[in-house]
Design a protein around this ligand. Structure first.
Ligand SMILES: Nc1ncnc2c1ncn2[C@@H]1O[C@H](COP(=O)(O)OP(=O)(O)OP(=O)(O)O)[C@@H](O)[C@H]1O
Ligand SMILES: [Mg+2]
Length: 281
C-alpha cells in the first residue's frame, strides 16, 4: 500500500487535479483507493462531490486528535464512501485552525503518517492532496509519503519552483530524518499537445530549431520544452498533461474525469499515469 503525496508549494500547479484523476482511474482499474484531503481549500473534497464541512468528522478532527482538550477521532471514522469512486477523508476550512496547535506538538510532522498506518491494510493506494504552502500539512504529507508526485505549471517561474522544491525536500530530510523520494513529475496544462512534443532526447535540437522563430505561441512552446528538459534531469518519470476543458467540467460535476470520459486528451494521459502508479509498491 504505497502512500503517494501530491506536492508543490506553489498554487495552481495541478496537485488536486492529478490526485483526483489518478485516483479515479486507479479505482476504475479495481484498486481500493483512499484520497486524503489535507488542504483547507478542500478542493479534492468538492472534486469528489462532497460539500466541505458537512460530514461528522474530517481531517481537521484527525489532526486535532491527540491535542489536549480535543476529541480522539480515528482516521477510519472520518473516511467517507463517495459516489464518485475513491474513498475520501474530507477537509474543510476548519483545517486552517489546526496548524497552530500542530506546532505545539512534539509529533507534529508524523500525525498523518501515524493515522494512515491504521487504515493501510484496507487500501491498495492512498493519495494525499496538499495545500500550496510550506506549512504543517505539506510536511505531514511528505513525511507520510512513500513516493511524491510533483506537479508543475508552465509559467515563467516554473524552473525556479524546481530549485525551491529541491531545497524543501532536503530540509525535510535533514530535520525529520525522512528522505523524500520524488517519484514523478507531472507538467500540467502544457499548451503544446502531446503529439507535437519533441521527445526528451531531442529537446535541445527542438529548442535550437525553434530559436529562429518568434511569436508568443513559440515562446510558450520553448519554455515548455525547457521545463520538460529540466524535469527529465530531476525525476525518474515525467509526464505532461495537455489543456483539456473536460478537466474543469468534471470538477464542476464533482467526479473524476474517468467517470465522464476515458477519451479526452487529459483523460488518456491520466489513465496512463494511473497504470504506472498502480504498479508502485
Ligand atoms: N489539464 C488541464 N486542463 C484544463 N484545466 C486544468 C487542467 N489541469 C488543471 N486545470 C485547472 O487548473 C486549476 C488549478 O488546478 P488544481 O486545482 O488542480 O491545482 P492545485 O495545484 O491543486 O491548486 P492549489 O495550489 O490551489 O491547491 C483548476 O481550476 C483546474 O480545473
Ligand atoms: Mg489543490
Amino acid at each position: 500500500m504505497p502512500v503517494i503525496t501530491f506536492a508543490h508549494h506553489k498554487g495552481g500547479t495541478g496537485k488536486t487535479t492529478a490526485c483526483l484523476n489518478i485516483g479515479g482511474f486507479l479505482k476504475k482499474a479495481g484498486k481500493r483507493v483512499l484520497i486524503v484531503d489535507c488542504d483547507p481549500q478542500a478542493n479534492a473534497t468538492s472534486g469528489l462531490g462532497v460539500k466541505p464541512g458537512t460530514s461528522a468528522y474530517d481531517i481537521y478532527d484527525v489532526f486535532m486528535s491527540g491535542t489536549e482538550g480535543f476529541e480522539t477521532v480515528s482516521l477510519r471514522s472520518a473516511i467517507l464512501k463517495t459516489d464518485a469512486g475513491p474513498d475520501l477523508c474530507p477537509a474543510s476550512l476548519d483545517l486552517a485552525g489546526a496548524e497552530p496547535y500542530l506546532y505545539e506538538r512534539e509529533d507534529h510532522v508524523s500525525v498523518l503518517n501515524n493515522a494512515l498506518k491504521t487504515v493501510s491494510r484496507r487500501y491498495d493506494s492512498i493519495l494525499v492532496d496538499t495545500p500550496p504552502s510550506m506549512g504543517q500539512f505539506l510536511i505531514n504529507g511528505l513525511v507520510a509519503a512513500d513516493r511524491t508526485v510533483v506537479t508543475m505549471d508552465t509559467g515563467p517561474f516554473a524552473l525556479q519552483g524546481i530549485e525551491s522544491l529541491k531545497t524543501i525536500f532536503s530540509d525535510i530530510g535533514e530535520n525529520t530524518g525522512k528522505e523524500v523520494t520524488p517519484g514523478m513529475a507531472i507538467v500540467t496544462r502544457g499548451k503544446v499537445l502531446l503529439e507535437e512534443m519533441t521527445p526528451a532526447g531531442e529537446v535541445m535540437d527542438g529548442l535550437k530549431r525553434l530559436l529562429g522563430i518568434s511569436g508568443k505561441k513559440n515562446l510558450e512552446r520553448m519554455r515548455f520544452l525547457e521545463i520538460m528538459e529540466a524535469m527529465n534531469q530531476e525525476f525518474a518519470q515525467v509526464y505532461a498533461i495537455p489543456y483539456d476543458p473536460m478537466i474543469p467540467e468534471a470538477q464542476k460535476r464533482g467526479i473524476p474525469i474517468s467517470e465522464c470520459t476515458a477519451e479526452s486528451p487529459a483523460a488518456t494521459e491520466y489513465a496512463q499515469i494511473a497504470k504506472v502508479i498502480g504498479g508502485w509498491k
